[in-house]
Design a binder for this molecule. Structure first.
Ligand code: COA
Length: 572
């Protein structure tokens, strides 16, 4: 508040005051909220009582503000008395009532506070509780529509007030090293910490498993819940998730020509080639393209992008399942089951009914959905959408990146590699020495060990860990699972010894294959299609936000080799 008195710009002073007061009020309410939770009060009661307490405590806060003003007056009294009185009038008579009114609707204040207290789990939990409470729409579109203006305001403010803040420097290593470590993308849904791994809107995988609704109490998070979380930043209720499940089912009709486009390819075509073809065929129904041709205003771009995104997500499992049944089974389509959620329906349409497999699919889709913005598939989607290519075009491009063996195709490579170990020794039950010899054989033939290493992670991928926990619970005696566990012991020290591998630990792909294989999905060439379906749930929310926030065409600057040498000559 002291610096508030020195400020020339009254508007900015008022803004700052709003921030200070709303955060104070939030802290007060959070403390009350967590206290009441401990004594078992219902959320509704808590909210009512918190409202009451916030109202009652108004004089206290006014006094606090007066005290703060008094303190600053003693240091600057001789020069600022008139200005302070003026500010004080604004603070008490105008700002405070405004803050009070805006409080319960102020999600952006919640987000600011949450980032301040992010490391203090009790307060962060309380914020999360408030976020859950404030999320009342059962319709995802309405929920999003409420959030868009707030996010637009935040981005506008950042650009206007902090456009010149530096986020790091760009080195020659970065230019020659696949842009590793270059912070240059806005991605709302998730972030990857090198040691801790993925957080979806700030929540780790174990937190998501605990807090997001499942198909049954204690079940794995439903992919629909992850979609809701990634798009809105809020934990959905079971009711909201059920409504989204229903909405996705209602959008899942596949036009006949999409099947025909796939049929035009030989059955021998790789499943990912068939998948991209299917997605391109779905593009014919793009709402964004139609709206753009009809002259839609820029401010509304996000709305048809939302429609395309939800349609795309809804239709992918049926297209993907058709490819599986066409290539590996009898080619007959298994229709969607109206009683099943997204992940379970996908498994069902593939031809699986084992409840454990259905549950694994929920987990699989949830954890493969998003991995911040810089990975090849996510970044590709964001890039291709930036010149206003619609979500189908952008996602088809993303799938083509996912189909690379260093990215999404690694899951297929892992199971193939594990099978080649079994084929070499005639059994999965091999000694550590035999396994070690095999790993060196792989490395000496110039290949990578699939499923190990990562561009960002520097520890075991938590997506690996949660699949391992699932396996320990459901298939602890499976021989291939036991082999995967042994590989995890043997590979990291060998990769470390090479001296060049930055992350010797297993990634997500090191585990998924043996679980799928256990439940009967044995055709490893299909695995990347599963990953692709899941990735839509992470990519689509960002495409919607890209349009809502008016993100421009992406156009980084490149540099020639000669220019790079010239620049280096200058600096040495
Ligand atoms: C994921 C991956 C592409 C990351 O690449 P990266 O960021 O360049 O990784 P690093 O910086 O650690 O690579 C440094 C060196 O170690 C090698 N390396 C990395 N992971 C390795 C692995 N699993 N096996 C053998 N060598 C590996 C790289 O090929 C590179 O060698 P080079 O200098 O001779 O070209 C890489 O770890 C890899 O190829 N892993 C196997 C494929 C895989 O599992 N992909 C899925 C990722 S989720």
């Amino acid at each position: 508040m002291a610096c508030l008195c020195c400020m020339e710009d009254l508007d900015f002073s008022i803004l700052l005051a709003i921030e200070i007061m709303s955060d104070y009020e939030l802290l007060y309410m959070l403390r009350e909220g967590s206290k009441r939770r401990r004594v078992g009060t219902s959320h509704k009661e808590q909210r009512g009582r918190c409202r009451e307490r916030v109202g009652n405590s108004k004089p206290k806060r006014t006094k606090l503000l007066n005290n703060r003003n008094h303190r600053s007056q003693t240091t600057t009294a001789s020069t600022a008395t008139q200005k302070q009185n003026h500010h004080h009038f604004w603070l008490v008579q105008v700002v405070w009532p405004l803050v009070h009114m805006a409080f319960f609707r102020s999600i952006s204040a919640l987000s600011r506070l949450r980032s301040r207290v992010g490391q203090q789990s009790n307060l962060a939990d309380s914020v999360r509780w408030l976020q859950t409470q404030s999320s009342t729409n059962t319709d995802l579109f309405s929920e999003l529509k409420e959030l868009v203006p707030e996010y637009q305001e935040r981005v506008k403010k950042l650009k206007k007030e902090h456009g010149n803040v530096e986020l790091g420097k760009i080195t020659v290593d970065m230019v020659l090293g696949g842009m590793r470590g270059m912070t240059a993308l806005l991605w709302l849904g998730s972030a990857v910490d090198p040691d801790e791994g993925i957080r979806f809107r700030g929540m780790s995988i174990p937190e998501c498993q605990k807090k997001l609704p499942g198909a049954f109490p204690g079940g794995e998070p439903l992919p629909e819940a992850v979609l809701w979380l990634l798009l809105t930043g809020k934990i959905p209720s079971k009711e909201q998730v059920d409504s989204l499940s229903q909405e996705l089912r209602s959008r899942a009709t596949i036009p006949d020509y999409a099947y025909k486009a796939i049929d035009a390819l030989p059955v021998s075509a790789h499943p990912m080639t068939q998948f991209t073809t299917g997605v391109m065929a779905l593009q014919v129904q793009s709402e964004f393209q139609k709206a753009y041709e009809g002259g839609i205003a820029k401010a509304r771009y996000w709305e048809p992008t939302y429609e395309d995104s939800l349609n795309l997500i809804a239709r992918l499992p049926a297209i993907a399942a058709y490819i599986y049944r066409r290539k590996y089974k009898d080619g007959k389509i298994i229709p969607l089951d109206d009683s099943l959620d997204y992940g379970a329906n996908y498994a069902h349409m593939l031809g699986f009914e084992d409840p454990e497999m259905l549950e694994f699919m929920r987990l699989y889709v949830s954890i493969h959905s998003d991995h911040e913005g810089g990975n090849v598939s996510s970044h590709t989607a964001h890039l291709v959408a930036s010149p206003l290519s619609d979500p189908y075009l952008a996602f088809a491009a993303a799938l083509n990146g996912l189909a690379g063996p260093l990215h999404g195709l690694a899951n297929q490579e892992v199971l193939r590699w594990i099978r080649s170990i079994v084929a070499e020794f005639g059994t999965p039950n091999i000694s550590t020495e035999q396994l070690s010899d095999f790993i060196y054989k792989t490395l000496n033939s110039g290949q990578v060990v699939p499923g190990y290493g990562h561009g960002v992670l520097r520890q075991t991928d938590p997506r690996y860990t949660c699949q391992r926990e699932f396996a320990l619970k459901h298939l602890p005696n499976d021989p291939l699972f036991q082999l995967v566990s042994k590989i995890k012991e043997v590979v990291p020290p060998i990769l470390t010894k090479l001296g060049k591998v930055k992350n010797p630990w297993p990634n997500v792909d090191a585990h998924s294959g043996v679980l799928l294989n256990y439940y009967g999905l044995t055709e490893e060439n299909y695995y990347t299609v599963l990953f692709g379906v899941a990735r839509s749930i992470g990519v689509a929310p960002q495409l919607i936000w890209d349009r809502a926030l008016g993100m421009p065409l992406e156009r980084p600057k490149s540099v020639t080799l000669e220019k790079l040498e010239q620049l280096c000559g200058k600096s040495s």
